[in-house]
Design a protein around this ligand. Structure first.
Ligand code: NAD
Length: 420
C-alpha cells in the first residue's frame, strides 16, 4: 500500500512541482514564507457551465482558472479542454507558466485554465457555446491587464476567436489583448501557431551542440502529433534529422529508416490523430524506448517514470509537453548522463510569442514573421545558455537550474512589493 502511495505521490504533478520549487528557493536562500506563497496559486476559480447540447438536453461542465502569482504583472496561460483535467493539474500548470515567464523574462505571472470535457465528442456549435460559457463564467477575473488566456491541449485559434468575441461583448469594447493565439485577422501574431515547436527546435539544436550530435542525420522520436509534435516533426525533418517514431493517443508508428513526415502531416486530423490509418503500430511505451539520439515527449504528463527511465536510449530528452518526466526519472536520466531539457524552458516558445502577440495588440502595430522569429531565437538561445551554464556552475540538473531562474524574478517582485 505504502509503495502505491509513494508511486501516486511521484505521479502527482502538483506535489512534484512544489518539491522542485522548494529546492530552488532553498538554493537561492529565500525563507520558508516565500515557498508558502509560491506553492499554490493566489487565486483559483471553479465554475459550472450549463450548455444546451444539440439534442436539446442541458449538460453542466466544470471549468477552472488558476492565477499563480501576479507580483510581476498580469497572469498568463492556456485553456485546456480535456476529459482528464483536474483542479490539481490546472494549479500545477499555472505554476509552470510562472516559471516559464521567469525563464524567458516576460512581464507576467502564470495562469492556466481548463474544462473537463471531450471536444472530440462535441459538435462545432456545442464547442462554441462552451467556449463562450467559460468566458462568461470567468470574465470577472480575466482581462488584458489581469489574466490573459491562450490555447492549450485541444483548444485552437477558432476557440480563442469565440472567447475574444464573447469577452468584447461583455466589456463592450474591442480588446484583442484579452487573449492570445487568435487568428491573424483578429490580431493574432505571425509565427504563434508554430512557436512552441520553434522554441523546442532551438533547444534541440543547442542541446545537440553541447552533446556533439549533428542534427543532420540524427534519429528523432516524437511522442504526440498535435500542435507541438507535428510542427516539430516538420522542423526536424526539414533540418535533415531522421524522424524514426511518432505517436498519438491511439498508438505509435516506427520506421528505422525514417517516416514520411509530409504524408503523415497531410493525413493527421485536427486533434493530432494519424496512427488509426495504419495496421502496423506499436504502443506509446514502446515508442519511448526506441533506439534514437533525441527523444521529445510532446503529448501528456508522466510518460518517463522510474519504470522506464533505465531503458530510454536517447542521449538528449527535450520536454515539449508539460510534465512528461517524473522527478525520480529526472534523477535516473541525469545519473545516466542523458541531457534533459526541462519543459519550463523547452516549451516556453509558445508563451514568448503569445507575449509578442499581446505587445503587438497593445501598440496596434504588427510585426513580420521574420521579426517574430528573430526575437524568439534570441530569447530561446539566451535562456538555454543561462540555464545550461547555471546547471554546470551549481552542479544541478537543468530542471533545478531552470526552476532557480524561473522563481527568482517572481520572488524578487514579491519581496519588493512587501508580500514576504
Ligand atoms: P494537441 O492537443 O494539439 O496534441 C496532443 C497530441 O498528444 C495529439 O497527437 C494526441 O493524440 C496526443 N495524445 C493525447 N493523449 C495521449 C496519450 N495518452 N498518449 C500519447 N499521446 C497522446 O496538444 P499540443 O498543443 O500539441 O500540446 C502537447 C503538449 O505540449 C501538452 O503537454 C501541452 O501542455 C504542451 N505545450 C503546448 C504548447 C502549445 O503552444 N501548443 C505550449 C506549451 C506546452
Amino acid at each position: 500500500m505504502e509503495g502505491n502511495g509513494k508511486q501516486a505521490e511521484n505521479l502527482d504533478v502538483l506535489v512534484s512541482t512544489q518539491k522542485v520549487i522548494k529546492k530552488a528557493l532553498d538554493k537561492l536562500g529565500y525563507p520558508d514564507e516565500m515557498f508558502e506563497l509560491m506553492k499554490e496559486p493566489i487565486r483559483m476559480l471553479t465554475v459550472r457551465i450549463p450548455i444546451k447540447m444539440d439534442d436539446g438536453s442541458t449538460k453542466i461542465f466544470t471549468g477552472f482558472r488558476a492565477q499563480h502569482n501576479d507580483a510581476v504583472g498580469p497572469t498568463k496561460g492556456g485553456v485546456r479542454f480535456h476529459p482528464n483535467v483536474t483542479e490539481k493539474e490546472v494549479k500545477a500548470l499555472s505554476i509552470w507558466m510562472s516559471l516559464k515567464a521567469g525563464i524567458v523574462d516576460l512581464p507576467y505571472g502564470g495562469g492556466k485554465g481548463g474544462i473537463i470535457c471531450d471536444p472530440r465528442d462535441m459538435s462545432f456549435r456545442e464547442l462554441e457555446r462552451l467556449s463562450r460559457g467559460y468566458v462568461r463564467a470567468i470574465s470577472q477575473i480575466v482581462g488584458p491587464t489581469k489574466d490573459i488566456p491562450a490555447p492549450d491541449v485541444f483548444t485552437n485559434s477558432q476557440i480563442m476567436a469565440w472567447m475574444l468575441d464573447e469577452y468584447s461583448r461583455i466589456r463592450e469594447f474591442d480588446s484583442p489583448g484579452f487573449i492570445t493565439g487568435k487568428p491573424l485577422v483578429l490580431g493574432g501574431s505571425h509565427g504563434r501557431e508554430s512557436a512552441t515547436a520553434k522554441g523546442v527546435t532551438i533547444c534541440i539544436r543547442e542541446a545537440a551542440k553541447k552533446k556533439g550530435i549533428d542534427i543532420e542525420g540524427a534519429k528523432v522520436v516524437i511522442q504526440g502529433f498535435g500542435n507541438a509534435g507535428s510542427f516539430l516533426a516538420k522542423f526536424m525533418h526539414d533540418a535533415g534529422a531522421v524522424v524514426v517514431g511518432i505517436s498519438d493517443a491511439n498508438g505509435a508508428l516506427h520506421d528505422p529508416e525514417g517516416l514520411d513526415i509530409d504524408y503523415l502531416l497531410d493525413r493527421r486530423d485536427s486533434f493530432g490523430t494519424v496512427t488509426n490509418l495504419f495496421k502496423e503500430t506499436i504502443s506509446n511505451q514502446e515508442l519511448l524506448e526506441l533506439d534514437c539520439d533525441i527523444l521529445v515527449p510532446a503529448a501528456i504528463e508522466n510518460q518517463i517514470t522510474e519504470e522506464n527511465a533505465d531503458r530510454i536510449k536517447a542521449s538528449i530528452v527535450v520536454e515539449a509537453a508539460n510534465g512528461p518526466t517524473t522527478m525520480e526519472a529526472t534523477r535516473i536520466l541525469s545519473e545516466r548522463d542523458i541531457l534533459l531539457v526541462p519543459d519550463v524552458l523547452a516549451s516556453a516558445g509558445g508563451v514568448t510569442v503569445s507575449y509578442f502577440e499581446w505587445v503587438q495588440n497593445n501598440q496596434g502595430y504588427y510585426w513580420t514573421e521574420e521579426e517574430v522569429e528573430g526575437k524568439l531565437e534570441n530569447v530561446m538561445v539566451g535562456s538555454f545558455e543561462n540555464i545550461y551554464n547555471l546547471s554546470k556552475s551549481r552542479k544541478v540538473d537543468m530542471r533545478l537550474a531552470a526552476y532557480m531562474i524561473g522563481v527568482r524574478k517572481m520572488a524578487e517582485a514579491s519581496r519588493f512589493r512587501g508580500w514576504v
